[in-house]
Design a protein around this ligand. Structure first.
Ligand code: UDX
Length: 436
């Protein structure tokens, strides 16, 4: 089947490359000429493990190509995916649908055959209806169906998530939509990945509800972590103890500095806006958003405490290990590292940082932080080392070397990647999250 993927960002590129790998004939489209030129040269616009080789092998097999020409790309395509960005609209947090609607109009105008138009971008409830209206208004003579098919890809694990999904959600209102989508996902179907057919509005809401629920789970365990510190309990054991209950489940119960990234912060805000518009408040999600936001600066204050308090911290130096919102990505969007560095900077603390992939993007976002070539360079002369992102590279630091290079043996582990007894036995003052 020929598939057109409009938008060659994170979601479009991963989805397009995976569909090609299933054997479909995929054309990825983007307005950004330099991005398309680089993709043609095999240069990925994002860091995602395994993506470059997946793209290369499917380009070589002539199943995957790139273009800026939408009309040419959608000609003969039975499925046209919209995978463009839906950033938070400035000022109010609503998802900005400008790009989605622009693509819908252009697709309608240039449609050359019957096709299913699929929104993969995360879009608020009712967007599919509007996309349908826009395409109808172009006066196209071809039959079309508008389908919702949200993505559930985690950055850093996106290819695995695409190829082995817990479920595929399809929101379709008619047989044309359902039949084509069954064909698109047939290879996964054969793998017995469950495919859930629901109404289009339901599908749109499933995406937001899933992300809001996961954000809630994280925020819940983060608050339990704070309580653990006060009452002398261990949050990791609490997470294990509740996670073994199948009704709760063990995933997304890892306490840390708060969630960030391209999805949870934006999608929770957009869900709040939808709830407000429909006069159906989601108080739990409201609390999650507020709690997570304030947690990031609270983590900065935790580092200040390790330096002996805000007064004593002035003029001292912190080595920050990890800047991205999570490992195996170069994504800095809403990363807790930004607020933590600001809190430290506000208190007159100097910050030197290292991140395996995120420093280029981080630099303009954190102008006062000095970026280092490797972790031990950041640690040199530091009064405390703070682990902010759990990159593998930080899991087995040479603690003796850290002690030699640092000004003081103080380790603040905001991802709980070290065993407190081991680190203390190595002579460190150690603090972590939710382990008193
Ligand atoms: C998320 C969803 O998982 C994915 O399904 C969705 O469609 C896009 O958003 P992603 O943002 O890539 O994916 O990362 P994820 O692994 O979900 O982590 C999000 C944030 O939560 C990170 O900041 C991570 O550090 C944090 N997190 C996650 C925790 O603090 N604790 C956990 O237990 C899990």
């Amino acid at each position: 089947m020929k598939i057109a993927m409009v938008g060659s960002g994170y979601v479009g590129l991963v989805s397009g490359a995976c569909f090609a790998d299933f054997g479909h004939d995929v054309v990825c489209i983007d307005k950004d000429e330099s991005k398309i030129a680089r993709l043609k040269d095999g240069v990925m616009p994002i860091y995602e493990p395994g993506l470059d080789s997946l793209v290369a092998s499917n380009v070589n097999a002539r199943r995957l190509s790139f273009t800026t020409d939408l009309a040419e790309a959608i000609e003969g395509a039975q499925a046209i995916f919209i995978a463009v960005g839906t950033p938070s609209r400035r000022g109010d947090g609503h998802a900005d649908l400008t790009f989605v609607y622009e693509v819908a109009r252009e697709v309608g105008e240039k449609l050359a055959n019957d096709a299913v138009i699929v929104t993969k971008s995360t879009v608020p409830v009712g967007t599919g209806d509007e996309v349908e209206r826009i395409i109808k208004d172009t006066g196209t003579a071809h039959n079309f169906a508008v389908v919702s098919n949200p993505e559930f890809l985690r950055e850093g694990a996106a290819i695995g998530d695409f190829k082995h999904p817990d479920r595929i959600v399809i929101g379709a209102e008619d047989d044309l939509g359902r039949d084509i989508m069954r064909e698109v996902y047939r290879p996964l179907f054969l793998n017995e990945s469950p495919i859930l057919f629901v109404g289009r509005r339901t599908s749109e809401l499933i995406k937001y509800a899933a992300n809001a629920f996961l954000a809630t789970k994280i925020t819940f365990i983060n608050e339990m972590a704070d309580l653990c510190e006060k009452v002398g309990a261990d949050v990791q054991d609490v997470a294990r103890g509740i996670g073994m209950d199948n009704r709760i489940g063990s995933k997304f119960l890892h306490a840390g500095p708060g969630y960030g990234g391209s999805c949870f912060p934006k999608d929770t805000l957009a869900l709040l806006k939808t709830a407000e518009d429909y006069d159906s408040p989601t108080r739990i999600v409201e609390a999650v958003v507020k709690t997570n936001e304030s947690r990031k600066r609270a983590m900065g204050r935790k580092v200040l405490e390790a330096l002996g308090g805000a007064e004593a911290a002035r003029g001292k130096k912190v080595a920050m290990l990890g800047l991205t919102f999570k490992p195996n990505t170069d994504d800095m969007r809403d990363s807790p590292a930004i607020a933590i560095a600001q809190t430290l900077g506000d208190a007159g603390v100097k910050v030197a940082a290292f991140d395996p992939e995120g420093m280029d993007i981080a630099k303009p976002l954190m102008p006062d932080v000095s970026m280092c070539e490797q972790p031990y360079e950041a640690i040199e002369g530091a009064d405390a080392v703070a682990i902010v992102t759990e990159w593998d590279a930080f899991r087995a630091l040479d603690l003796n070397r850290v002690k030699e290079l640092a000004n003081a043996p103080v380790l603040v582990d905001l991802r709980n990647i070290y065993n407190p007894d081991d680190v203390r036995a190595a002579g460190f003052e150690y603090s972590s999250v939710g382990r008193s």
